[in-house]
Design a protein around this ligand. Structure first.
Ligand code: DNO
Length: 406
């Protein structure tokens, strides 16, 4: 499997010199400076590609070419935006880049409530707390109907399949009793700014009124239910597939992270049934999947090993990461050799797939612990250096052992 690493461009504190020393072969990146909705020009793609190549690596995967909100909710300018998207795809292919990751999550790209959740050993991990997320929704965002929605929320499922009985509203009220303005500020930073700002999403690190923007975006989805969002995704896929065919681009959707419905928004890339739907809706090998084991493993209803086996033939990019669901239903990111996703088994499955195809599949370790001083270096949330390097070495060992077994 091709060892790749997500790198955020020339301003990333983790440099290509560093990555070369630790054995990275391919780079996963995007033109992070291009504003949402604008064409990625051939010249800018070439410049970044040549920069990467000057360090002896290749630009293997684009993560992500952003699908703008209008394409997701079906706004009046969606065809215009699809044309921009197609042009960027053509330009990428012309520069030799043929694997493109994207997501179809409304408004929020990914969500966590705590970015430095302490582990007993002194390192830290990303964490998602239902109570804190509900607090953000009800007390900070003040979304209309939020309290009622959390009240009627379906019970959470534990890792062993049992039902978790939890009074989220009581927990929110308990949090409210001790919450400080700093605590609220931190939640907004974690949910909206620090996790979204660097992934070329809707929010920037210097956004002055992120909550206003958030509410406006949520508004755009009024009346968009699961069926409508699916229809919009199918429309998008049907429109871009001819370009993918013409340019041999593997487009691979990233699952919803976490795989739950949040903020009253439909999320349609969460479960095996969703993936089956989207691969069948436009049955073309170029319409593929980014198999993000971390996102899938955060949902107790997802059997990650079975999903890998079922969808390997349509997987074009693999994210190796594993989550642990806690007894109260919250989840945290586990060690890469632990948690719900059996990454050893997943490597075996994808290595079989590689032999079947006769070409290698790019993988990257997704996220990693923050450890041994990573926390003081100002890396992007979840994208530490030492923690990710440690995880990559673990995965490299697993892959070497499997290769040895034949
Ligand atoms: C977060 C990432 C996501 C992912 C995009 C893909 O760490 O997994 O930002 O890159 O959703 O489009």
């Amino acid at each position: 499997m091709e060892r790749t690493w997500r790198w955020f461009g020339t301003t990333d504190k983790i440099t290509l010199q560093m990555l070369r020393q630790i054995g990275v072969e391919g780079i996963v990146t995007a033109l992070h400076d291009v504003p949402l909705g604008e064409v990625w020009t051939r010249a800018s793609i070439r410049e970044l590609r040549e920069y990467i190549e000057s360090y002896g690596m290749r630009w293997s995967v684009v993560e992500s070419l952003p699908v703008t909100e209008t394409m997701k909710y079906g706004g009046p300018d969606r065809d215009e935006q699809i044309a921009v998207y197609c042009q960027s795809l053509r330009n990428l292919a012309a520069e030799g880049i043929h694997t493109v990751c994207y997501n179809f999550m409304p408004v929020l790209d990914w969500a966590r409530t705590d970015l430095l959740h302490p582990n007993p050993d002194g390192s830290s991990n990303l964490y998602f707390s239902y109570a804190e997320f509900a607090y953000f929704d009800i007390n900070i965002l003040k979304r209309k109907g939020a309290r009622e929605a959390w009240l009627s929320m379906a019970p959470l499922t534990a890792s062993d399949g049992s039902t978790i009985h939890r009074d989220i509203l009581a927990e929110v009220d308990e949090l409210a009793a001790t919450m400080t303005p700093e605590g609220e500020h931190e939640l907004v930073e974690n949910i909206v700014i620090k996790t979204q700002g660097f992934v070329s999403g809707n929010f920037r690190e210097d956004d002055e009124a992120p909550l206003e923007k958030f509410r406006l975006l949520l508004d755009r989805y009024r009346g968009i239910d699961k069926a409508q969002l699916r229809a919009n995704m199918k429309y998008f896929l049907e429109a871009v597939m001819p370009v993918c065919d013409e340019c041999d681009i593997d487009l691979c959707v990233h699952p919803d992270d976490p795989p739950i419905e949040i903020l009253g928004l439909p999320r349609i890339v969460r479960t095996a049934e969703d993936i089956r739907w989207l691969l069948d809706a436009v049955d073309n090998p170029h319409n593929g999947l980014t198999f993000c084991a971390g996102s899938f493993s955060a949902g107790a209803y997802n059997d990650v090993t079975a999903m890998a086996r079922e969808f390997a033939s349509r997987t074009h990019f693999v994210h190796l990461r594993s989550c642990q669901i806690l007894p109260n239903g919250d989840f945290t990111e586990a060690d890469h050799l632990g948690g719900r996703a059996n990454l050893v088994e997943l490597c075996r499955t994808f290595m079989h797939e590689e032999s079947r195809r006769g070409r290698s599949l790019p993988f990257r370790v997704d996220h990693g612990r923050t450890m041994l001083g990573d926390e003081a270096r100002g890396y992007n949330a979840g994208y530490s250096f030492l923690g990710r390097m440690f995880a990559m070495a673990q995965m490299q060992g697993v892959i070497a052992a499997l290769m040895n077994d034949g």
